[in-house]
Design a protein around this ligand. Structure first.
Ligand SMILES: Cc1cc2nc3c(=O)[nH]c(=O)nc-3n(C[C@H](O)[C@H](O)[C@H](O)COP(=O)(O)OP(=O)(O)OC[C@H]3O[C@@H](n4cnc5c(N)ncnc54)[C@H](O)[C@@H]3O)c2cc1C
Length: 429
């Protein structure tokens, strides 16, 4: 079961489905962070707007309710990053202000993130890739923060906060409702045309429409859904925490090529996620894929290798979801004034902060309010399409395999991987 759903400690609100024709100024499809932050900023700019959100399942069903809870300044591409970065940092702080004022149960703490190198190849790579925003941590300094076995050195950046995403997405939904936004659950948009969204029960007529469905978007060539799976331990004792460290709840990862990410939760568990699951032919999504036993076991083994004190600890939760990867790894925040249709996504696993920036940007674009964020490089970005199948299947799954091999190569040779170097020009998974 998803840890975040299981540790809400209240019964989440259930909302009715749309049952009759309605008119709105803005109809938002998708009740995740993108849809909800869009509603929040639209209402902040013009409180008279009639806004409806149509959510196919329940609030928090998508990636916003399942993620690793890293609210970071990460951006999936280097293109435009210097320009976007200050706005991502502003977004982290805005999410923090919201959480501290309206949802302290989210446990927002901005204590930064640590990348740990555990072999010489990783150490060389983090030295080579470190930026002005990161501080190098010697082995001694690193071990004072995180007691990871085999750690040789690491990087630290203060620009990351930790959250309980399940609590944030639900608190945000309840907050926008207080502002007058109407949310319909179990209401799937079947067709979206200019000024008109149809669902199985009724139609919404709207001046503007926002597609905020990220990985659930329909065009199979617009993005590759890549599964990321997570596990969490039972709450750990103070004795174990004194060995692991993370006293300030810093998020952390090992400098592997295969993406991995961890956090100390607000209730003192360790929650860790990673990629490595197969990509499904035709960009399909399949719920069973979120529970792939092999991948969960591999993550548990990695966590126990990092922290031997967890040898006998129970892993009480296993879950997962898919992240949306465009062919060029470039996020998009698009607004077509002529059709009145907007969309945002392609966050490639870095969507907690980016979805906030996207919502704020969409609100300014739709209401034609000037703001520097409306001319950032991802605004009205056109992503190239992925290759047709079976090329896409071969390419993506080949890359997942090669990424794993690259990590093994580095462990053996202690030199930065040649496989990864070749792979980087094609895809990162
Ligand atoms: C396991 C995992 C770990 C992650 N970890 C991190 C992390 O630590 N940090 C980070 O920055 N990012 C992370 N991400 C990515 C991040 O969670 C997402 O990028 C972000 O939450 C996307 O938000 P969203 O609102 O755009 O989409 P979602 O939260 O997926 O919301 C889309 C909603 O649209 C609804 N929907 C879909 N189709 C329709 C339809 N036709 N009609 C009506 N509703 C529809 C869905 O039910 C869903 O609720 C992770 C993702 C996963 C899966």
């Amino acid at each position: 079961m998803n840890l975040w759903d299981d540790t809400l400690f209240y019964n989440p609100k259930e909302r009715p489905a749309l049952s009759e024709e309605i008119d709105a100024d803005v109809a938002i499809i998708g009740g995740g962070f993108t849809g909800l932050w869009s509603a929040y900023y639209l209402k902040s700019l013009d409180s008279t707007l009639r806004i409806v959100i149509l959510e196919g399942e329940r609030i928090g069903f998508g990636a916003s309710g399942r993620n690793g809870g890293w609210c970071s300044a990460l951006y999936p591409t280097t293109h435009g990053y210097d320009e976007v970065r200050p706005h991502l940092i502003e977004s982290i702080d805005a999410i923090g202000t919201f959480a501290q004022s309206h949802a302290p149960e989210v446990g927002f703490v901005k204590s930064g993130t640590i990348t740990v190198a555990r072999n010489k190849a990783q150490l060389k790579r983090i030295h080579a890739s470190s930026s002005l925003h990161e501080t190098y941590l010697s082995k001694g300094a690193l071990l004072g923060r995180i007691g990871m076995k085999g750690a040789l050195g690491g990087l630290y950046t203060p620009d990351c906060a930790v959250i309980h995403p399940g609590r944030l997405v639900r608190a945000l939904a309840e907050y926008v409702e207080k502002l007058g936004v109407i949310i319909y659950e179990k209401t799937r948009a079947l067709t979206i045309e200019p000024n008109r969204v149809t669902t199985s029960n009724a139609t919404v007529r709207a001046t503007s429409i926002i597609k905020a469905t990220e990985v659930f978007s329909q065009n199979p060539r617009s993005h590759a859904p890549i599964y990321s799976l997570m596990v969490a331990t039972e709450p750990l004792t103070d004795e174990i925490w004194s060995e692991i460290g993370l006293a300030h709840r810093e998020t952390f990862s090992e400098a592997l090529h295969l993406v991995n990410y961890g956090q100390r939760t607000i209730d003192n568990r360790l929650a860790v996620g990673g990629r490595g699951a197969r990509y499904l032919f035709g960009s399909r999504l399949r719920a069973q894929h979120e529970m792939e036993y092999r991948v969960h076991q591999e993550i548990i083994e990695l966590v126990r290798e990092w922290f031997p004190a967890l040898k006998r600890t129970k892993f009480t939760h296993r879950w997962g979801g898919a992240v949306s990867i465009p062919r060029d790894w470039h996020p998009y925040i698009n607004w077509d004034r002529a059709s009145g249709i907007a969309r945002a996504g392609g966050y490639s696993g870095d969507g907690v902060t980016l979805s906030h920036l996207a919502g704020k940007t969409l609100a300014h674009l739709i209401l034609e309010r000037e703001h520097p964020i409306t001319s950032l490089p991802h605004v009205n970005w056109r992503n190239p399409l992925w290759e047709r199948e079976p090329l896409r299947w071969l390419g993506v799954n080949g890359s997942v395999l090669a990424t794993d091999l690259a990590d093994r190569e580095e462990e053996l040779t202690r030199r930065p991987s040649l496989i990864a170097k070749t792979l980087n020009s094609f895809i990162r998974v």
